[in-house]
Design a protein around this ligand. Structure first.
Ligand SMILES: Nc1nc2c(ncn2[C@@H]2O[C@H](COP(=O)(O)OP(=O)(O)O)[C@@H](O)[C@H]2O)c(=O)[nH]1
Ligand SMILES: [Mg+2]
Length: 414
């Protein structure tokens, strides 16, 4: 299933919440719930590809880094102006995941030399980059430097980064975060220590390179967030991974998630296929659902009645299933409900299953529950759905996660 089809699944519950529920709520609660609905809408309805503007010289490892994000040889489509060499947005994807893509603007380091086929670094090419930045606003600036070159002359590249970021600020009234990436750390001394996880001496040199770049950037650029060291090297043969020397990539991808807007999360989860990222997104959805239900539970009947709260929970479970890479269908949701210990026969109607879900989630509660109870129950279901769909745990383990979270009266972290 692609995102377009998934959209139809999520449209209805979000529309219902916005149109039917919100108007009935009193001011402060309404505001909070509306904020959470907006977040969910960004993730599921307003989704788009992440956009990275990359500053880094030829050979700094841009292509390798992109492949390491996909863990596959990434193909390039989109604006290919012949041999211009710089200044256009390119869409990257892999053949097995055509509906997961990211957009890259390779601004190239001004400090690098030029080859005959690629453009020289004339004022024209800078204009071209700016034109592309005007067309589309990047979510993040990535500044790539080879580990062995953090001491080298990168002043010109930093000046270029500053100029481009200022340009984006004026054009889009948005200041994208700058994330520094120290690439090719395996090339640092000691040379014999090439295979991750690296030994102590290597780690010390990696730390040194990262903090050096971080200090250099902090002197020049406002609000630089962080510098991350990576080894991104992988080799492929006929689309298959035949060699993998990646180090610190998962942490880097997770770090990037936290600096990307919610509207790019679904794509980011699909591109990276990293469980840690799926888990992180699922928790964020669970937190929103839990806050929404907490707000609803605090209302008097009939707004807070059980089907509404259960409806939010089922949408949450469905979303988590989708983020995990499952196709959206009733069967997988029914299986999950079954894992919680509700006897779901093959002929069992979905509505009935939903009603049983509310019985097991709120035993003996009758028609109303308190805000806190609704929040805890929703968060417990979120954790159980993560255990089931993302961590692929057994039914009994999933049931234990649900019951334990509920018993501990756990609420989502602030
Ligand atoms: N040892 C090592 N080599 C790398 C790494 N990343 C890239 N390379 C090599 O460095 C060269 C330039 O990398 P590439 O990704 O093409 O750089 P680009 O010009 O910025 O796109 C290639 O020969 C890569 O195989 C790395 O992490 N470790
Ligand atoms: Mg390249």
């Amino acid at each position: 299933m692609n995102n377009e089809e998934a959209k139809t699944w999520f449209q209805e519950p979000i529309r219902l919440m916005r149109k039917k529920l919100l108007p009935k709520l009193p001011g402060p609660v309404k505001k909070q719930i509306e904020g959470e609905i907006n977040r969910l809408e960004d993730i599921f309805l307003e989704y788009r590809s992440p956009r990275f503007a990359i500053v880094g010289r030829r050979g700094s490892g841009k292509s390798t880094f992109i492949n390491a994000i996909f863990q596959a040889p990434a193909a390039e489509v989109g604006a290919v102006t012949s041999q211009t060499g710089r200044g256009q947005w390119h869409t990257f994807y892999t053949y097995d995941r055509k509906n997961a893509s990211m957009d890259i603007l390779d601004t190239r380091g001004l400090g690098e030399g030029s080859t005959p086929v690629e453009t020289t670094n004339t004022p024209d090419s800078l204009t071209e980059v700016k034109q592309s930045l005007q067309d589309q606003c990047p979510d993040v600036f990535l500044f790539l430097v080879k580990a062995k070159e953090v001491d080298a002359r990168i002043t010109e590249d930093i000046q270029q980064l500053k100029e481009l970021r200022t340009f984006v600020k004026h054009t889009h009234h948005y200041v994208p975060p700058v994330i520094g990436i120290v690439t090719q750390v395996d090339e640092l001394d000691p040379v014999y220590d090439t295979e991750p996880p690296f030994e102590k001496e290597k780690r010390r040199n990696i730390d040194h390179a990262s903090s050096h770049l971080e200090e250099t950037l902090k002197d020049e650029i406002d609000g630089v967030i962080h510098v991350l060291p990576v080894c991104a090297y992988m080799a492929f043969k006929e689309e298959k991974v035949i060699y993998d020397r990646r180090w610190n990539m998962d942490e880097t991808l997770h770090y990037l998630l936290n600096h990307l807007p919610g509207s790019t999360w679904l794509q980011w989860a699909k591109i990276t296929q990293a469980r840690e990222i799926q888990r992180s997104i699922a928790k964020s959805i669970g937190k929103s659902a839990s806050l929404i239900n907490g707000g609803l539970g605090a209302q008097p009947v009939p707004i807070a009645d059980m089907p509404v709260i259960t409806g939010v929970q089922i949408s949450m479970i469905t979303s988590i299933a989708y983020v995990s890479g499952r196709d959206l269908n009733r069967k997988s949701i029914m299986e999950f409900i079954g894992a919680l210990g509700i006897n779901v026969g093959a002929a069992y109607a979905f509505r009935q299953a939903a009603r049983s879900l509310s019985k097991i989630v709120f035993p003996g509660a009758g028609h109303v529950v308190s805000g806190t109870v609704a929040s805890i129950a929703t968060w417990s279901l979120c954790k159980a759905a993560i255990a089931y769909f993302i961590d692929r745990q057994s039914a009994s383990a999933v049931k234990t996660v649900f019951e334990q979270t509920k018993k501990d009266e756990e609420l989502p972290p602030q």
